[in-house]
Design a protein around this ligand. Sequence first.
Ligand code: NAP
Length: 496
Amino acid sequence: MRHTGNATVAGHENALMVLKSVPSGMLIGGSWVAATSGTTMAVEDPATGEVIASVPDASPRDAAEAARHVVEAQRTWSSTSPEERSEILRRAFERMTERAEELACLVTLENGKPLAEARAEVAYAAEFFRWFSHQAVALGGGFGRPPSGSGRILVMRQPVGPALLITPWNFPLAMLTRKIGPAIAAGCTMIVKPAPETPLSALVLGSLLISVGLPAETISIITTSHADTVVEAILKEPGIRKISFTGSTEIGRLLLHRAADRVLRTSMELGGNAPFIVFSDADLELAVEGAVVAKMRNGGESCIAANRMYVQRSVAAEFSSRLANRMRQLRVGHGLDADVEVGPLINAEGKAKVEALVDDMLQRGGSLLVGGTRMTGKGYFFAPTVIADVPPQSRVLHEEIFGPVAPIISFDGEAEAIALANATPFGLAAYAFTRDLGRAMRVSESLEAGMVGINTGLISTPAAPFGGSKQSGLGREGGDQGMSEYLETKYVRVNW
Ligand code: NAP
């Protein structure tokens, strides 16, 4: 199978313009600077494998400097009024919306996702700024009288302090705004460390924030290929008070160990392995469309992507064949091509993992309904794939595939579906399709996941608490809870 490799001319022109708007350095102490060593790292277009830009490759020394600056800026920043911070966020939302097309092009260029999805990501990312602009002026607090009646209890909410924000490459803007939004709203300064595959969106977002009035000293953006030693250097700075991390469970666990040494506040948005359950009473058309969304958003490279599809036996053949037909129609190619629905995977390693998990399913006896093939041409493409009758020992039932592959397993009863869905150490998202409200409620309550989609494959919104249970994470982003992650509670006892 061959993918369409030619980007549209208009898409290319926009993309070239956008690359010119990327700041030439990283952001430390209010200035755009090179790495002190002078070294840079290359950024690739995953659809072609070609280098599109280079950015500074920070060393631990640069990182320590950045940490010192944001710690110094904390006191002044936390004394700004909630209204001032709210207005910065509101302007950032508006500026992102005005520059949506340009930002979407940049996301497509460095991440590979189709332009339509990149536009949706920009809108979603901007909404976090709008949401947290409201939250900034609604911090609240408490007032109470102790049982003895003597004195009063005041409860106030204050910024946690300087935060280290580490993000992955799969949503280069939204994973950032989900952290930066509440950090600004609460009055925390921050060091941002984006993934090395997608640093350009982070740098442009930083300059956009400064252009709408965020004091430049409050945010440092460190681009680096030395995540481990750079983060270690940042955490050596005693003023850093929090880590918010989105990425794999493996790295999250490592950071939790590091955070324990310093007793830091942590928010961990980690890996998933989402079950997608279709009961025989479901609206099958809705379920197939939901499956395409839950599986194929971002080409399957999403932490809440449906990783395992459990379908009740009486409808399994029909669901599988309808899903295979839909997946067969998806157009794969360079994300800048207007008609493309599926872009490349992020890199060779991501593609190799998808290939290995597909081979494993097929070798164990899974039935290939569509796809399953490597795609020739440049870039890291894999064909949309559906595999039915996936055997229980298959690796995909225990590992995130992070690719455009839908494994289908049949089940007989509700209790069995729940047991299969919960048989994983992960608990980020889960989906269920049924017309029976009682079953929907029972299943939602029994699924061990931080988020459940009932009759929908799309659950993300800034107004809801996003996050996982079990080994999928700690804490929530978005909703009211997203703000609490950046706030400390202080109790004051007043006597007279
Ligand atoms: P990753 O390898 O864990 O990397 C995530 C970030 O952590 C990157 O910026 C990475 O930089 C950095 N990092 C790696 N090693 C580090 C270390 N020792 N110390 C500090 N930082 C370190 O994950 P990924 O492959 O980029 O992203 C995919 C994973 O993220 C999946 O498991 C997915 O489910 C999860 N995810 C979760 C959510 C959620 O909300 N729960 C959302 C999106 C993605 P380097 O690449 O330079 O190492």
